[in-house]
Design a binder for this molecule. Structure first.
Ligand SMILES: NC(=O)c1ccc[n+]([C@@H]2O[C@H](COP(=O)([O-])OP(=O)(O)OC[C@H]3O[C@@H](n4cnc5c(N)ncnc54)[C@H](O)[C@@H]3O)[C@@H](O)[C@H]2O)c1
Length: 368
C-alpha cells in the first residue's frame, strides 16, 4: 500500500508493529507507572504526564514510588531515553497514543468522581491531533467514554474512528501480587468503532501477553464493573461468614481453606483481599485502597476484630472516622447477640431466643 493511501489507522498500526509509536501515559500512579514500564520493555518510547511535580521529579531522577516497579528499572529506561516524565500537559500533542490512568475516587455519596477524568480529557482535547489514539483505563461507570470523552474530543472538529481513535481498556492492577502483573494479566479492550478497537489492539499487543477484544467501550466498562462487584460481594460475604464463625466459636480461616478445596464453583478470597492477623495494618490499608468504599472499610475492620483485634475507637485516627461507626454498630450487634458456646449452636435459633440479630446473608449458610 502506498503511504498516500494509508488511513490514520493503518499508520498507527504500522507504528505499533515497528515500535515507532510514542506512548503517552497520563497519571503516573499504581496503574500508570507499571503500564509505562511494560511499553518501555516492549521497545516503545514512553512519555509520562502527571500534575504532581514530586511524582515527575522522582521518576525523572530514577526513583519509583510504586511497589511493583523497581527504581533500577525506571533509572535504566530514563538514562536510555526510553522513558521520560513531565508536568507539561501541552506536550500531549507529541505522543501517538495517550493512555489515561488518573484516579476515580468515590464521592461522599459513593458516586464515581470523574473530575480527574474530565481534567485529563480536557488536557488531551487542547492538544488533540489527527492520528492519535486515546484510551481511558481508569475505573468508571458505563458510558463515560462515549458520553463524557467523545463529545469533548470531537469539539476539536476531529472525528473519532477516522481522524483519531478512542477506546476503553480497564486496568487490572493488583499491587503486590507476586504472580499477576500488568504484563501477564489478560487485558480487555473495547473501541468506540471497529477501527478504534483495531488500533488499540495493535498498540497493546506488543506489551501485554493476552488481549480480550469486546464489541464496545460500554462492554469494556461493564466488564470492570462486573469484576469489582464480584469482588465486593465476595468480600462482604466472607466477612459476614466471619461474624457467624465468631459467634459459633469456629475459625473462619479453617472454614475458608476447607471450602477452597472444592475444585469448581468456589473462589477463595485470600489474605490479599482479606486483612489477616500478622500484617493486619498493611492488609487493612490494602483492602481499603482496593475496596474504595465505606462499607468495605467497615467490612475490613469487622474481620480484623473477628481475628482478635478490637475495633478502633471513634476518633482515634482520622481515616477511622467512617469505620468507627461500623465498629460501634458491630459492638452493639454483638452485645445484643453474644458469642454462642460452641459450633453446634444454630445462630438463627440462638438469635431468635435472645431477640438478637443474625444478618440475612448468614441465615441460608447457618441453615444449610
Ligand atoms: N491501584 C490499584 O490497585 C487500582 C485497582 C483497581 C482500579 N484502579 C483504578 O485505576 C485508576 C488509577 O488509579 P491509581 O491507583 O493508579 O491512582 P494513583 O493515585 O496511584 O495515581 C494517579 C496519578 O494521576 C495523577 N493525576 C491526577 N489528575 C491528573 C491529571 N489531570 N493529569 C495528569 N495526572 C493526573 C496523580 O497525581 C497521580 O500521580 C483509578 O481509576 C483507580 O480506581 C486502581
Amino acid at each position: 500500500m502506498s503511504a498516500a493511501a494509508q488511513t490514520p489507522a493503518d499508520v498507527l498500526v504500522a507504528k505499533a508493529q515497528d515500535r515507532s509509536a510514542l506512548i503517552g501515559i497520563v497519571g503516573l500512579g499504581y496503574v500508570g507507572v507499571p503500564l509505562a514500564m511494560e511499553f518501555a520493555r516492549a521497545g516503545f518510547r514512553v512519555l509520562g504526564f502527571d500534575v504532581s511535580k514530586a511524582v515527575v521529579e522522582g521518576l525523572t531522577q530514577g526513583r519509583s514510588h510504586v511497589q511493583d516497579v523497581p527504581s533500577a528499572e525506571v533509572a535504566r529506561f530514563t538514562k536510555e531515553g526510553t522513558f521520560a516524565a513531565t508536568t507539561d500537559l501541552a506536550r500531549l500533542r507529541e505522543p501517538d497514543v495517550v493512555s489515561i490512568c488518573v484516579p476515580t475516587p468515590l464521592s461522599k455519596t459513593k458516586d464515581p468522581d470523574v473530575s480527574y477524568v474530565l481534567a485529563a480529557t480536557n488536557a488531551v482535547k487542547q492538544a488533540l491531533r489527527r492520528g492519535q489514539l486515546i484510551v481511558l483505563e481508569s475505573t468508571t461507570y458505563p458510558g463515560t467514554t462515549r458520553e463524557l470523552m467523545l463529545p469533548a474530543l470531537e469539539e476539536t472538529g476531529l472525528k473519532a474512528g477516522e481522524d483519531f481513535f478512542l477506546a476503553f481498556s480497564p486496568e487490572r492492577v493488583d499491587p503486590g501480587n507476586p504472580k499477576w502483573n500488568t504484563h501477564n494479566t489478560p487485558k480487555v479492550v473495547g473501541g468506540l468503532t471497529p477501527a478504534c478497537r483495531r488500533v488499540a489492539m495493535a498498540i497493546y499487543a506488543p506489551a501485554i501477553d493476552r488481549l480480550v477484544a469486546v464489541s464496545s467501550t460500554e462492554a469494556a466498562e461493564l466488564v470492570k464493573i462486573l469484576e469489582n462487584t464480584f469482588r465486593s460481594v465476595n468480600i462482604g460475604l466472607v466477612n459476614e461468614m466471619a461474624i457467624v464463625c465468631d459467634k459459633l466459636g469456629v475459625d473462619v480461616w479453617e472454614v475458608i481453606e476447607a471450602a477452597a478445596t472444592k475444585p469448581f464453583g468456589f473462589m477463595k478470597f485470600t489474605p490479599s483481599t482479606l486483612p489477616g492477623v500478622e500484617d493486619a495494618d498493611a492488609q487493612l490499608s490494602h483492602a481499603i485502597h482496593r475496596a474504595g468504599g465505606r462499607d468495605q472499610r467497615r467490612d475490613a475492620r469487622i474481620l480484623g476484630w473477628t481475628r482478635g483485634r478490637p475495633p478502633q475507637r471513634a476518633g482515634a485516627r482520622g481515616a477511622g472516622q467512617q469505620t468507627a461507626g461500623g465498629g460501634r454498630r458491630l459492638q452493639e450487634r454483638h452485645r445484643r447477640c453474644p458469642r454462642e458456646p460452641g459450633p453446634r449452636c444454630d445462630p438463627v435459633a440462638a438469635a431468635a431466643r435472645r431477640g438478637g440479630v443474625v444478618s440475612r446473608s448468614a441465615r441460608p449458610q447457618a441453615q444449610a
